[in-house]
Structures are given as structure tokens and as C-alpha cells.
Design a binder for this molecule. Structure first.
Ligand code: ZN
Ligand code: ZN
Length: 266
């Protein structure tokens, strides 16, 4: 399995996942044109995308979905509540592209997909675990808080994309953010901070995960170095050298991430 986060943050999210027989996007929150450009950087023909899985209906996750699905004939998988919103917003998505999932596992060719609920201030919000043979990738962003169920999904995964949205003090001091917006982000239904992300990673140590990509960083209230420093300090406090445990990297809003390859063991 190969995974690349094409873009991550409040200006648009999309992640590319490829197996032997399928090519999918998780979310399509960049414009159709930007999705095409970033896929072409990876030498992927957008027409080869089989499906787009939708986490939730916020525009930073669905902006390009209508145009991309229509132009490139990709199936869209979303749950009922997300569809209620998406089919209203994009009224010309071909019906044969609209597929509803309902909490049960489903398949996209050889790729098994599991969903899990996360608490976020949208109509509904899910994370995804995708499995090819014995390799598992999990993406969990837009988390109001981290439930034990989410931790269990992460612990079982070889590779994880996990939200590290903001530095709490930077957010609180930001003069450009109104009080209500700060309260929304900090609430149990908003986004998780660097501290919460680091505490979650501590709970994953010693299980399956070998690589973590920090994602959905706020451009104003965070930076890659702040997110990484928070994690490293937390690990140091617990006398853990993360380099021995797993590889950590940060996803970018403006360009694709590194490509992560999960090799199947025969
Ligand atoms: Zn959201
Ligand atoms: Zn988001």
C-alpha cells in the first residue's frame, strides 16, 4: 500500500491511497484542479481514481468532490448524513457515483475499509482504517477529542495520520480569532491540540505503529516545529526516544507529503 497526503489543513484535505488493484482519495477538500495537479506530481492519472471516501461535510473535506467525481467518474462513499448535505450542495453528481455506507465495513476492489465515529461539530464525522492484506492505515483528523475507540484503531495500524491542529497558547493569544471560534476549536467537538496529539501517540507506543504523520495543522495557531517539539518534549518527559519507536513527519497544506509505503509480509 502507498499513501500520500496531498494536502492537509483548513484550506483543504485529501489523502491518496493506492494498493495493487485500487486507487482512492480520502476526502476531496482541494479544488478539482488542485487535486489533478497534485496527483500528477505523483504521476497518477486522475481518471484512475476509483473512489473518494468522505469523512464529513465540512468544505475543507468536500470542496472538489462534485467536479472531481463527475469529470473522472469516481465513486463517492459517504454516510447518510453526509449525503444529505453533499447531494444538496452538488446537485449534479451522477447517481451511479453516489454510494452510502452505514458503519459496516466495505470494499473498494482489494481494499477493505472500516469506519469509526469521531466527535466533531459536523452532521456526522468518521475516521477510516484501510486494510490491504496484513497492512493497515488509519486516518483520524477533525477530532473533538480522542475516545478509547479511536486509540484502539490507531494502535492496530502500521501507519497513522493523526490531527495535531493547534498550540493551545498560540490559539488563545491569536488576536485574529474571535472568542467564539477559539471556544469552538478548543471544545470537545472541535480540533485536537498538539498536547492531545502527543498524549495519544504516547498511548500508541509499543503496539503496531511504525510511522505517524501529523496533520490538519492550523496555519495561524501552529507550525510543524511547534507540533514536533510538543511531541518530542512529551516523549522526553517519559524517557522515550521516538526515533527508536517510529518515524514522525508533518503533512503540509500546500504540497503533497512524503509517500509512505507499507510492505506486505508474505
Ligand atoms: Zn471539520
Ligand atoms: Zn477539517
Amino acid at each position: 500500500m502507498r499513501i500520500c497526503v496531498l494536502g492537509s489543513g483548513s484550506k483543504g484535505n485529501s489523502t491518496y491511497v493506492e494498493t495493487e488493484h485500487s486507487k482512492i482519495l480520502i476526502d476531496a477538500g482541494l479544488s478539482n484542479k488542485e487535486l489533478e495537479t497534485r496527483l500528477e506530481l505523483l504521476k497518477i492519472n486522475p481518471n484512475d481514481i476509483d473512489a473518494i471516501l468522505i469523512t464529513h461535510e465540512h468544505s475543507d473535506h468536500i470542496k472538489g468532490v462534485g467536479q472531481f467525481a463527475k469529470k473522472h467518474n469516481a465513486k463517492i462513499f459517504a454516510n447518510r448524513k453526509s449525503w444529505d448535505y453533499i447531494s444538496n450542495k452538488f446537485d449534479d453528481i451522477p447517481t451511479n457515483c453516489q454510494i452510502e455506507f452505514s458503519g459496516q465495513d466495505f470494499w473498494v476492489n482489494d481494499l477493505a475499509v472500516q469506519t469509526f465515529d469521531v466527535d466533531h461539530d459536523s452532521l456526522s464525522c468518521v475516521g477510516f482504517s484501510v486494510v490491504e492484506n496484513n497492512k493497515r492505515f488509519t486516518i483520524a483528523t477533525d477530532l473533538g477529542h480522542v475516545t478509547q475507540n479511536v486509540v484502539e484503531k490507531l494502535k492496530q495500524s502500521d501507519f497513522v495520520v493523526l490531527e495535531s491542529n493547534h498550540d493551545i497558547e498560540t490559539l488563545k493569544k491569536n488576536p485574529n480569532y474571535p472568542y467564539v471560534l477559539k471556544q469552538r476549536i478548543l471544545s470537545n467537538h472541535g480540533h485536537i491540540s498538539n498536547d492531545t496529539c502527543a498524549e495519544t501517540i504516547l498511548q500508541m507506543l509499543g503496539y503496531k505503529t511504525r510511522a505517524v504523520l501529523l496533520a490538519h495543522l492550523s496555519e495561524q495557531n501552529n507550525s510543524p516545529s511547534l507540533a514536533l517539539n510538543t511531541l518530542n518534549q512529551k516523549l522526553l518527559l517519559n524517557q522515550i526516544d521516538s526515533r527508536e519507536m517510529f518515524f514522525v513527519d508533518v503533512a503540509n497544506q500546500n504540497k503533497p507529503s512524503n509517500i509512505f509505503k507499507l510492505k506486505n509480509v508474505e
